[in-house]
Design a protein around this ligand. Structure first.
Ligand SMILES: O=C(O)CCC(=O)C(=O)O
Ligand SMILES: [Fe+2]
Length: 358
């Protein structure tokens, strides 16, 4: 198959498909661990609860994911971002391709970035924003992208405030204080990393049982904050239970522990394996705010959490080094940066090395 054909096939207009093309037909969506209906639900935490820190710590340890309510992000900011995302994905394919992600780039429009690890295509399209979004937005809306840019700016500002709040709750639950974090200012403000906004669109699918919206993965972040519209599709894997759906709750945000928090906490807080499935009738949309440390910071297990009985399980890595490892080894990245278990005699039960995907 020529490269040109392959490229076109990767950008089919999913909204107009009446049948699932073979290139999108997965044999293993309903396989492996079952989707669990009657299981314990993913924790929902009220951030105004005086015990929020304890609940957050418990959720990070036992699930690696939770939902937050009363988080301080105005509902209008979430609604505006969702509406802008919807507007973006409803543009004609040829127009979205004006802002296509380049072969070696990350920003822009395209298929799921993890697609290269799988033989089949995913039933989704994405738009990734790193740093300035103006250039890409202008390609999408040459006659005026001010509204989109303002909405994205406001969303990023609110997410940055929330990520600070969440990080300190999480770190506090580990007994970590401001002086222990190299990239925090004396007032506790976490220095702004280069945040990434990932917009995901999952059109209604003619054969959802054989299609995959976004294949199972962990995020390469410290934390991910996800807004999903009112259509469910996000599932997280829970040891001994299988896939558990994270139901959309109006106004709530989903928080995922990423691989870098897993490393920082020396494996105490587990990065959660998650995926997105699709459905026959509804278009699903999600917006992920991917939070990582500033580029010069090396993440390693916090010294307060290690001693001779609990030696560091991971070697220090910067965010970009880790992203490089992930781009090469995908879900094995965490075990690649792990210090030899046999040597120090400790086993991290949360290691995803054994998880088979694709
Ligand atoms: O759409 C979702 O619910 C999941 C999105 C996601 O996992 C991601 O963007 O990393
Ligand atoms: Fe994710």
């Amino acid at each position: 198959m020529s490269l040109k054909l392959l490229k076109n096939e990767q950008h089919l207009d999913l909204n107009s498909m009446k049948e699932l093309p073979d290139s999108y037909a997965w044999s293993s969506v309903a396989d492996g661990s079952p989707t669990s209906c009657g299981s314990e639900p993913v924790p929902v935490i009220n951030l105004e609860d005086p015990d929020a820190m304890m609940h957050v710590g418990h959720a990070c340890k036992t699930w690696g994911v939770f939902q937050v309510m009363n988080h301080g992000v105005p509902m209008m900011v979430l609604d505006d971002m969702e509406a802008s995302g919807r507007k973006l994905f409803s543009l004609p394919v040829h127009q979205k391709l004006q802002a296509a992600r380049s072969a070696d780039g990350v920003s822009g429009y395209g298929v799921a970035r993890i697609s290269s690890f799988f033989p089949k295509l995913m039933w989704s399209e994405g738009f990734t924003i790193i740093g300035s979004h103006y250039e890409h937005a202008q390609k999408l809306w040459p006659h005026g992208c001010t509204h989109f840019c303002e909405v994205v700016e406001e969303y990023k500002k609110e997410m940055n405030k929330l990520v600070n709040k969440l990080m300190w709750l999480i770190l506090g639950s580990l007994g970590i204080t401001k002086g222990d974090i190299k990239w925090a200012s004396p007032t506790g403000e976490l220095k702004e990393a280069c945040p990434v906004l990932q917009l995901n669109s999952y059109p209604a699918c003619p054969d959802p049982d054989r299609a995959m919206g976004l294949a199972a993965h962990t995020d390469s972040t410290l934390l991910t904050i996800l807004h999903q519209n009112n259509t469910s599709g996000l599932q997280v894997q829970r040891e001994g239970t299988g896939w558990v759906t994270v139901p959309p709750i109006r106004g709530a945000l989903v928080v995922n522990v990423g691989d870098l928090l897993h490393i920082l906490s020396n494996g105490t807080y587990t990065s959660v394996l998650h995926r997105a499935i699709v459905n026959r009738t509804q278009h699903r949309l999600s917006v992920a705010y991917l939070y990582g440390p500033p580029s010069n910071v090396r993440i390693s297990p916090l010294s307060k959490l290690t001693d001779s009985f609990h030696p560091p399980l991971y070697r220090p890595v910067t965010w970009s080094e880790y992203l490089g490892t992930k781009a090469k080894h995908f879900n094995k990245a965490l075990s690649i940066v792990r210090l030899c278990a046999q040597m120090n005699g400790f086993v991290d039960v949360n290691d995803h090395n054994s998880v088979l995907v694709g």
